[in-house]
Write a protein that binds this ligand. Structure first.
Ligand SMILES: CCCCCCCC/C=C\CCCCCCCC(=O)OC[C@H](COP(=O)(O)O[C@@H]1[C@H](O)[C@H](OP(=O)(O)O)[C@@H](O)[C@H](O)[C@H]1O)OC(=O)CCCCCCC/C=C\CCCCCCCC
Ligand SMILES: Nc1ccn([C@@H]2O[C@H](COP(=O)(O)O)[C@@H](O)[C@H]2O)c(=O)n1
Ligand SMILES: [Mg+2]
Ligand SMILES: [Mg+2]
Length: 223
């Protein structure tokens, strides 16, 4: 939903900055790489120590590079398969660091095994949700569903909650509970999204095979 409705707004806001970087001779790949490095550093330096406010500030400074790199590539007329591969692959690295950072906190000083497991579930299910689309498309299916919780939702929910939860260290009472709530929402939402995508791929592959005149695998007709 955010990808659909918020992207146009951020494209307008970030286009002048993308044009500025192009004029300075910066390449889209450089932005992709530096953006990912910043997110990974912010997540793995601050989150495992429970510094959620400063971690989120650093991550937020870098995470928008994921919208700037594609914008630059399009302005340059240089959108490439390599760029698409690099962008998506490094998205997975950044997401791993963010949810890994939460898991490390709960495994250590945060001392909460259940929330550690929820954070690991968010990490793994987010990666699998993205994989379903990539694999479905690689076998020639449209995978015409995005689902309830895409990457933008996973990031916005977790980062906004972490940023506010971090204010607990500055004396705001009770606010630290926002992060567990967000992690549970992302976990359940990712599971729903995974089911939505798997069901869609199952239907699309059956339709494709029926259109090719091949019996559906596992239906018994192939025996
Ligand atoms: C006192 C207050 C303290 C608070 C501190 C700071 C709070 C600030 C918090 C958060 C800001 C979070 C911003 C997060 C922005 C995320 C932007 C982003 O990178 O989105 C990426 C997304 C997808 O891009 P791609 O097409 O490159 O990725 C594809 C996607 O990942 C697919 O994954 P799948 O969906 O399938 O799982 C992959 O399949 C594919 O491989 C991959 O290529 O981009 C978008 O979706 C575009 C829309 C971005 C919308 C951003 C909205 C930000 C909204 C609000 C932020 C501001 C909140 C401020 C709160 C302030 C509180 C005071
Ligand atoms: N280094 C890069 C990064 C991205 N691209 C192209 O942009 C598309 C992604 O757009 P976003 O707005 O989501 O960043 C990607 O599929 C590539 O076509 C690129 O060429 N080089
Ligand atoms: Mg990008
Ligand atoms: Mg990306």
């Amino acid at each position: 939903m955010l990808n659909k409705y918020a992207r146009a707004f951020f494209t307008r806001v970030l286009t002048p900055f993308a044009a500025f970087l192009i004029r300075r001779g910066v390449s889209p790949d450089t932005v992709t790489l530096i953006g990912t490095a910043g997110v990974v550093a912010g997540a793995l330096v601050f989150y495992p120590r429970g510094e959620f406010f400063w971690g989120t500030v650093v991550i937020t400074l870098f995470v928008f590079s994921d919208l700037v790199d594609g914008n630059m590539a399009r302005q340059l007329g240089r959108s490439s398969r390599w760029g698409a591969f690099l962008d998506s692959t490094l998205d997975r690295v950044a997401d791993g660091a963010i949810f890994g950072g939460f898991a490390l906190w709960y495994a250590g000083r945060g001392d909460d095994t259940v929330l550690c497991a929820v954070a690991i579930f968010c990490l793994a299910s987010g990666q699998v949700v993205s994989y379903t689309k990539a694999r479905g498309e690689s076998i020639g299916l449209p995978v015409a569903v995005n689902g309830l919780v895409e990457r933008a939702e996973r990031l916005v929910l977790s980062l906004v909650a972490a940023g506010f939860a971090g204010l607990h260290k500055f004396g705001v009472p009770g606010i630290q509970h926002l992060l567990p709530v967000a992690l549970w929402i992302v976990a359940v939402g990712s599971l729903v999204t995974l089911i939505q995508r798997v069901v869609t791929v199952r239907r699309e592959s059956a339709e494709a095979e029926a259109a090719e005149g091949r019996p559906e695998q596992g239906s018994g007709a192939a025996k």
